[in-house]
Design a protein around this ligand. Structure first.
Ligand code: ATP
Ligand code: MG
Length: 574
């Protein structure tokens, strides 16, 4: 079926109007609805009421010249150029040229007018007008997308980029809501930006899907949308121009049904956000850009989809830039942290090594120079000093290497099944030997301590450090209690002393390397022990807390899970 075009004939000669009408209605290639005006005033009134696909305009009208009327129509009525064909008399081609310069589509000389010429000229004018309109629309779209892209890419902050993108797309598509959905590495995902500010439930719905595990609505947490997303394959080809498209990606691939229900959404338009993939031809699917429409039915047009796609490309570039910046900043921060840590090590080594080294040197040179004059017991005492100080320095080096290893994130973790009661009896016995008489070490065991898996070396680090702290920071002696409480799925340890305690202000930072309490006075230490303890506890998937009161004593609690996920176990431990 032929499209019907609306045409206006403006001519004061009724006979001429009749001829044009007859000629045009005979066109086998085009169908017309024709209106007529015999003066400029009537023509202007008609143009104000309705839009014409093409206008035949006589160059000479009773109330105004054709050119004047053309100017007025352009200024007052139409936003874009007026689709006008000028009708001139023989010898008036000058007027026609002027009209063409002002934007008329074509002109016809009345005296030469035949049926074929009129039909062809009008058909061509309509075609040209359509092309012009299409071009204008494309340019306008490009301009809008360029502005949108500029706004999106103005920031290097991911959150800001996403928020700008959803707001801009909502404006661009004039839709109710725009969402950015980000895939997690395990194909799970969450909504990371939404253009709707007043939608409380949306702000809450951080987690959207759980990789297919939570599809029903029964166990839905408040504000959570059970959207199950699987990675979409290649996009569904776009339908022909102007035809409505409900989704670019089939909803079967991205099961938005629940999402639609949740927001009473009648129409979704979904496009992928693809990041370039380190030279790999297959891009990395980062997430989805989703436009929703709630109010009334909306038939998405190819234009809408193309715009969303183009914005998605710009958004992907902005995301990639933001990610790159974040990565660079993170590695810079890590570098800075490592440098600070290295400076700390150098400062500590030079400080902590000097005192024991001086003692070792003094004891050794006394022995070298005066061994003849020293009796057996004095020689033993000097040798004892050398051994004790050398051990201290060796422990210091060991601790620093360990902390360094943790800082570089290369810890070794080899859990094995352990007899906890035996392990701690041995450990306490060892500590008793070094503690001397002034401290009473109490060891209490309760509950079920079977089936515990742990890394022997790391556990030794944890508990020798904690027990030696309890002893070291109780210079007046007293009881040091060690409780082992076995629960069903975890084991809890308390180490409690009656020592100097820790000022509240210092407690917060004690688990950081080189951090010491302000009340340690001359008690030696480097501030590395608790940092090592914390790292070892975390490797076990456990937790450590500390409570203390100055002058009263300190209680450190460690809880460790009994069993490890099999995936974490190394071959040597089985
Ligand atoms: P080292 O590296 O030799 O262990 P350190 O004992 O100073 O040195 P940490 O074990 O990390 O280092 O302890 C940090 C600080 O916490 C100590 O310097 C001390 O101020 C405080 N602290 C730790 N345990 C106790 C405790 N049981 N009683 C009082 N203060 C403690
Ligand atoms: Mg210590």
């Amino acid at each position: 079926m032929l499209d019907t075009w609306t045409l206006l004939i403006i001519d004061d000669c009724a006979a001429d109007r009749k001829i044009y009408r007859r000629y045009l209605l005979k066109d086998p290639h085009q169908s017309y609805q024709i209106l007529e005006a015999d003066c400029a005033e009537e023509a202007l009134a008609l143009c104000q009421k309705m839009r014409f696909d093409v206008i035949l305009l006589d160059f000479c009208l009773p109330d105004m010249s054709g050119l004047e009327l053309f100017d007025q129509m352009q200024q007052k009525i139409f936003e874009t150029s007026v689709p006008v064909i000028m009708l001139t008399g023989r010898g008036d081609e000058e007027i026609a040229v002027q009209a063409m310069k002002r934007g008329a589509l074509d002109y016809l000389v009345k005296q030469n007018l035949t049926q074929d010429v009129l039909q062809l000229t009008v058909r061509n004018a309509i075609k040209q007008s359509c092309l012009q309109a299409q071009l204008y629309k494309t340019q306008e779209r490009q301009r809008l997308i360029a502005t949108t892209a500029l706004r999106i890419r103005q920031s290097l902050n991911l959150e800001q980029i996403l928020n700008t993108a959803v707001a801009e797309v909502q404006q661009l598509l004039k839709c109710d809501r725009v969402i950015v959905y980000q895939f997690a590495p395990d194909a799970d995902g969450k909504i990371v930006a939404s253009s709707v500010e007043s939608c409380g439930s949306l702000a809450l719905c951080d987690r959207v899907g759980t990789g297919g595990r939570r599809q029903g609505t029964g166990d839905r947490e408040q504000g959570e949308i059970p959207l199950v997303c699987t990675l979409p394959p290649a996009p569904v080809p776009l339908p022909h121009a102007q035809s409505p498209i409900p989704y670019i990606y089939e909803l079967g691939l991205c099961n938005c049904v629940s999402l639609k229900e949740q927001f009473n959404t009648k129409a979704n338009l979904v496009v992928p956000i693809n990041l370039s993939n380190n030279g790999n031809p297959t891009p990395k699917l980062w997430g989805l850009l989703i436009a929703h429409h709630n109010s009334g039915e909306r038939q998405w047009q190819t234009d809408d989809a193309q715009m969303l796609n183009e914005v998605s490309v710009q958004l992907a570039i902005a995301i990639q830039q933001a990610e790159l910046l974040a990565q660079t900043q993170a590695s810079l921060a890590k570098e800075k942290q490592l440098n600070a840590f290295k400076s700390q090590i150098i400062a500590t080594v030079s400080h902590e090594y000097r005192t024991p080294l001086t003692s070792i040197l003094a004891a050794a040179s006394t022995l070298v120079k005066h061994s003849q004059q020293l009796d057996e017991s004095k020689q033993q005492r000097f040798l004892g000093i050398i051994e004790h100080k050398a051990r201290y320095m060796s422990k210091l080096v060991g601790n620093m290497l360990l902390v360094n290893q943790f800082e570089l994130e290369k810890p070794k973790f080899q859990p094995i099944r352990l007899d906890l009661e035996q392990f701690f009896s041995d450990l306490i016995e060892q500590e008793r030997e070094t503690a001397g008489d002034r401290h009473e070490l109490v060891f209490k065991i309760t509950g079920n301590n079977q089936d515990f898996w742990g890394d022997r070396g790391l556990l030794q680090q944890i508990f020798t450090n904690l027990i030696s702290n309890a002893i070291k920071y109780s210079p007046d002696g007293g009881a040091v209690e060690f409780h082992l409480i076995g629960k069903e799925s975890q084991v809890i340890f308390y180490i409690k002393d009656q020592g100097i305690g820790i000022p509240i202000a210092d407690q917060e930072n004690l688990f950081q390397s080189f951090s010491r309490g302000s009340n340690v006075d001359t008690i030696p230490g480097t501030g590395l022990g608790l940092a090592i303890v914390k790292a070892c506890v975390e490797l076990h998937g456990g937790n450590i807390t500390l409570s203390s009161q100055v002058g009263q004593g300190t209680k450190v609690t460690v809880s460790l899970p009994k069993i490890f996920p099999t995936a974490q176990l190394s071959p040597s431990s089985t």
